[in-house]
Design a binder for this molecule. Structure first.
Ligand SMILES: [Zn+2]
Length: 459
């Protein structure tokens, strides 16, 4: 049983231990960030991922987990799994994170080297510092603070191909359900609504990615001799892509509802501008509230275009142009239906009879969590103790296809999405960073949660 005094004493005690562990957490994060674990062998040698996985396995072994090892998943990536048996009668909690990272993108846009953890103005900069190596360090710090006093059983899975969307762990989970089975799934790949505002993410948008290729000529032709009537593949692609937005810049896809309304807490527009670092005078796109646009409506982004780069381009009319188009899908719309609509829209929108091919990449279904169970109550108490504020709920634009696989495989488990990735982290962008105070407080939340949940579930 926990009374008010006992809880406060435990919280204070754990807070002291977590604080003392922070120098080590920062040192660990620096080691992790220094390993460029981009799970794309075309860009980075796979040894980096391997080395990172081995680092993670060793760190969780040292933190008290057993039988921690690398397992091969169907996409060729390695997940790190391990466990710790529960005390008699106690429930089991799965701890999730991922050790692969997004590529740095534009190296020159980084103010410090992407794979060198660098402190500026109290934040720690580096690729993966938040997503998701910050969450790995959060797990480790929580476990180290608890030491041998871990009142629940633990399962661990730290996957190695989350960012590439190749689905290794999603395919692995149903085949290895017993290895990962738990009462609560702590999916730590999100973060607070803002620094200091403890938050669980309860809605995730789904994802439908396609690659559209426009072809017009058997090969490039001289723009002086043929330009004018010669069908320009890049011009056709630009026109096709432009049809995906209305005049306000809002996403407009034939067959998809673009008027959804978000029911949870709103996202202040000024805060959004600050978080996204929108430049002065530049408008936000679309209509409705910021939250509507983020979590209740489809949102399209052209992720990349293959066409001649400026340097090295010739006086030629392009014969082929290609774009990777990403669609974020709100709950209520199946991802496959969204991919079908996007494909049909692109084909119909292509002008001038050009040849269009749309190749589907991965899809991920949208997700909505159930928040009425004992784990959410235990988390709320932990957040009140760590932050002095109750839990708040948030939607998120990112999609984590694994969540749907987990809720299908473990229908009775409570799934919680939380972590250190608050909006200022700018995950996936250049100059990704993490607030070390968030690592500290969220590690405390995690440690307190494990205690609270053991007490409420174990009696
Ligand atoms: Zn992530």
């Amino acid at each position: 049983m926990t009374d008010m005094t006992g809880q406060t004493g435990l919280a204070a005690d754990l807070a002291g231990r977590v604080a003392a562990l922070m120098p080590r957490a920062t040192a660990d994060l620096a080691e992790l960030v220094a390993m460029p674990s981009v799970a794309d062998p075309r860009q980075y040698p796979p040894e980096h991922c391997r080395r990172t996985a081995e680092w993670v396995a060793q760190a969780f072994t040292d933190a008290g987990l057993q039988d921690v090892r690398l397992v091969l998943t169907p996409d060729g990536s390695h997940a790190v799994v391990g466990h710790r048996p529960p005390p008699p009668g106690a429930p089991t909690v799965l701890l999730y994170s991922h050790y692969d990272v997004q590529p740095p993108l534009d190296d020159s846009a980084w103010q410090s080297p992407p794979f060198e953890l660098t402190e500026r103005d109290g934040r720690l900069y580096g690729r993966g510092s938040a997503d998701c190596k910050g969450n790995i360090v959060m797990h480790l710090t929580a476990l180290r603070a608890l030491g041998d006093d871990i009142p629940v059983g633990l399962k661990l899975v730290v996957e190695g191909s989350e960012e590439q969307g190749t689905g290794g762990l999603e395919a692995y989970v149903p085949e290895h359900a017993d290895e990962l089975r738990a009462d609560v799934l702590l999916i730590c790949d999100t973060g607070n609504a803002a620094v200091g505002v403890p938050t669980a993410t309860t809605v995730l948008r789904g994802l439908a990615n396609v690659v559209v290729t426009v072809s017009t000529l058997a090969g490039d032709v001289h723009s002086g001799m043929f330009g004018g009537p010669a069908p320009d593949a890049l011009a056709a692609l630009i026109r096709t892509l432009d049809s995906l937005r209305d005049a306000t810049g809002g996403t407009r896809i034939d067959g998809l509802d673009g008027s959804g309304v978000w029911q949870g807490a709103d996202y202040d527009e000024q805060q959004f501008r600050t978080d996204a670092a929108v430049l002065d005078g530049v408008a936000l796109l679309g209509s409705g509230t910021v939250a509507d646009r983020l979590w209740a409506r489809p949102a399209v982004t052209v992720l990349g275009i293959d066409c001649p780069p400026v340097v090295g381009s010739a006086a030629a009319v392009p014969a082929v142009a290609k774009a990777r188009v990403s669609l974020r899908v709100p709950p209520g719309t199946p991802a496959d239906a969204a991919a079908d609509a996007l494909t049909a829209h692109l084909k119909a929108a292509a002008p001038w009879g050009v040849q269009v091919q749309v190749e589907r990449e991965g899809t991920g279904s949208p997700f909505r969590a159930a928040t009425g169970g004992p784990a959410y109550a235990a988390l709320d108490r932990a957040m009140r103790d760590a932050y002095g504020k109750p839990i708040s709920f948030l939607g998120q634009g990112g999609s984590i296809p694994l969540c749907n696989v987990l809720t299908t495989t473990f229908p009775d488990a409570e799934l919680i999405l939380m972590g250190v990735e608050e909006p200022r982290c700018l995950i996936h962008a250049p100059n990704e960073s993490v607030d070390p105070a968030e690592i500290e407080r969220m590690a405390l939340v995690e440690a307190l949660f494990l205690h609270n949940y053991a007490n409420s579930a174990g009696g």
